[in-house]
Design a protein around this ligand. Structure first.
Ligand code: SAM
Length: 276
C-alpha cells in the first residue's frame, strides 16, 4: 500500500525542514503517493535491483521506489537543505538508501553506479535535457544503465519520442532513438506538483538498444543533425553545404531536396558515415 512506510507525510517533512521550493533548482515536488508509486512501478521498482535517482528533494519518489521494492536507491541531490529529510528515509530503510550531495551534471556516475542500474527521476526542468544528453552520449554502448524512467515537460517528451514527419522530430529524437527505444508512458497533470509548473508533464521510458539502430560515429551523427535541424525549413542540399552539400547527400543516397524532418534515423546514420 502506498505510504505504508510510517514516515511523516511529505507536507509535514517540507514544513519541518523548511524546504520551501526554489524555482532556481527546478523544485516542483510530488506529494501524491499513488502517483509516486505509479512512477516507481513504471521504473520497475517491484523487480528489486539498484536505482539511481536524480533530485530526490524531500524524498517522495525515493520513498515510493523503496516502498515498491527497490533493493537499493542511490540518490544525488544538489540542495543541501534536503539532506536531513533524506537521512530520515535512510534510517527507515537501513542500508538501502545512499544519498550523494552533488550536482548530477558534474558527477562521474560510472564511478559510483553498478552495471544494470535503473535510473528514475522527476527531473528538474532546467537541467532535464542536459542530463538526458549526458546519459545518451556516454562512450561505451550499451551503457551501465538498464533503463531510464524520467519526468519531462510534455513538449520535451514529445521531442524525445517523435517519429520522422512529426513537427517535434529533431536532434533529440534522432539521438535518443538511435541508441534507445523511447516511449511516453503517461502524462502528469500540472496540479500534481507543488508548486504547479506552467505545463503538463509526461513520464518517458527509454531502454538502451544493444547496438545503435545503424552504425556511425556519435560525433558525426551530432554534426549532421546539428547542421540539418539548425535550418529545419531548408532543403538538405542547402543546410548541409558546410559539410559537403550535394556530394555528401549523393554519397549517402539521399534526395538533396529532402528536409530534415523527412529523414529516418537510419538515413541520418548514412549521412554520418558519408561524412566520416
Ligand atoms: N524527486 C522530488 C519529487 O518528485 O518531489 C523532487 C523533484 S524536483 C522536480 C527536482 C529536484 O532536483 C529538486 O530537489 C532539486 O533540488 C534537484 N536538483 C536540481 N538540480 C540538480 C542537479 N544539478 N543535481 C542534482 N539535483 C538537482
Amino acid at each position: 500500500m502506498p505510504g505504508a512506510d510510517k514516515l511523516p507525510p511529505l507536507r509535514e517533512v517540507i514544513a519541518a525542514y523548511g524546504l520551501a521550493p526554489k524555482k532556481s533548482l527546478g523544485q516542483n515536488f510530488l506529494f501524491d503517493l499513488n502517483l509516486t508509486a505509479k512512477i516507481a512501478r513504471a521504473a520497475g521498482a517491484q523487480e528489486s535491483g539498484t536505482f539511481y535517482e536524480v533530485g530526490p528533494g524531500p524524498g517522495g519518489l525515493t520513498r515510493a521506489l523503496l516502498g515498491e521494492g527497490a533493493g537499493k536507491v542511490i540518490a544525488v541531490e544538489r540542495d543541501a537543505r534536503c539532506l536531513p529529510a533524506l537521512e530520515e528515509i535512510a534510517a527507515a530503510y537501513p542500508g538501502r538508501l545512499e544519498v550523494v550531495s552533488a550536482d548530477a551534471l558534474e558527477l562521474d556516475e560510472a564511478a559510483i553506479l553498478p552495471q544494470g542500474v535503473r535510473i528514475a527521476a522527476n527531473l528538474p526542468y532546467n537541467v532535464g535535457t542536459a542530463l538526458l544528453i549526458k546519459w545518451l552520449t556516454v562512450q561505451a554502448w550499451p551503457p551501465i544503465w538498464a533503463s531510464l524512467t524520467l519526468m519531462f515537460q510534455k513538449e520535451v517528451a514529445q521531442r524525445i519520442t517523435a517519429r520522422p514527419g512529426s513537427e517535434h522530430y529533431g536532434r533529440l529524437s534522432v539521438l535518443a532513438q538511435w541508441r534507445c527505444t523511447a516511449k511516453i508512458l503517461f502524462d502528469v497533470n500540472r496540479g500534481a506538483f507543488v508548486p504547479p509548473p506552467s505545463v503538463t508533464s509526461s513520464i518517458v521510458r527509454l531502454e538502451p538498444r544493444q547496438a545503435p539502430l545503424a552504425p556511425c560515429a556519435l560525433t558525426d551523427l551530432e554534426k549532421v543533425t546539428a547542421a540539418a535541424f539548425g535550418q529545419r525549413r531548408k532543403m538538405l542540399r542547402q543546410s548541409l553545404k558546410p559539410l559537403g552539400g550535394e556530394a555528401l547527400l549523393a554519397k549517402a543516397g539521399i534526395d538533396p531536396t529532402a528536409r530534415p524532418e523527412d529523414l529516418t534515423i537510419e538515413q541520418f546514420a548514412a549521412l554520418a558515415r558519408a561524412l566520416a
